[in-house]
Design a protein around this ligand. Sequence first.
Ligand code: ZN
Ligand code: ZN
Length: 235
Amino acid sequence: MPRHLHNAPSLDQRPTHTVEDYLMTMQVMERDYGEIVAARLAEMMDVAPATVAMTLKRMERDNWITGTGRKAVHLTATGRQAAYSVTRRHMLTEWLLLRVLKVPLPQIHDEAHGIEHVISPSLEERLIEILDNPPVCPHGNPLPGFEHVVRDWVPLTEFTGGETAIIRRIHEFAEENHDLLIFLIENGALPGAKMEVLDILPFNHTLTIEIENKPVTLGFAVARYIFAERLAPQA
Ligand SMILES: [Zn+2]
Ligand SMILES: [Zn+2]
C-alpha cells in the first residue's frame, strides 16, 4: 500500500459528506491563504453564515477543528488528515470522470462531489495506480503531498506586459464557475496553453493575454485564480 494511504480513514470512520466538503475547502484556504476565515467559508460554500456557524460548532465537537467563534478556525491533526483524504479522492475522481468517462471539463468538479465521499481506501489506491499517481487535478491544483509542484506558478495578476508563460492551473475557488470554464475552453486558456501578456489595465481591473494569436481579456477577479509558469525571456 502506498505510504500516504496507511492512515487513510475507512468509510465508517469518515465525517459526513457535508463535513468532508467543509474540510476540503478549509484545506485549500489553509494551503493557499494561510488561515481559515469563517466569514469566507460562508461565501465559498454558498450557504448562510448561521448555517456555517452551526456546522463549525458540530465540527469542533467532533474534533475536526478548533477555534469556533473566533475569526479563524484551525484544523486538528485528525481534521487535516480527513481533509487530505477527501481532497485526494475528489481530485482522483475528477481524472476518472474526465479521462475514462469523458465528462466535459466544466462538469467534472460538481460530478466528483457525488462520488468522492463513497470511494473506499482500496478503490482510491486502484485509482492512483490506473491514473499513474497524478500530482495535480485536471484543473492543475495539487494533490496533498504535491504542493511543491505548483510553487512556481503565479497568478496572472502578478505578470507584467510582454511576459510569456504557460497556463498551468485554475484554482479550486474558480472550478465551480461553469461560465468561466466554458469561456476558458472557448479561448484555449487551459492548463498547457502558451500565452503572452498583452496589457494590464489596473484602473479597469482587466488584463489581456494572447493565446494562439487571439486576445483574451480577463477581469482581475478571475485572473487571480488562473496561474501560469513564466517562460524565460528570449535572448
Ligand atoms: Zn463533495
Ligand atoms: Zn480540480
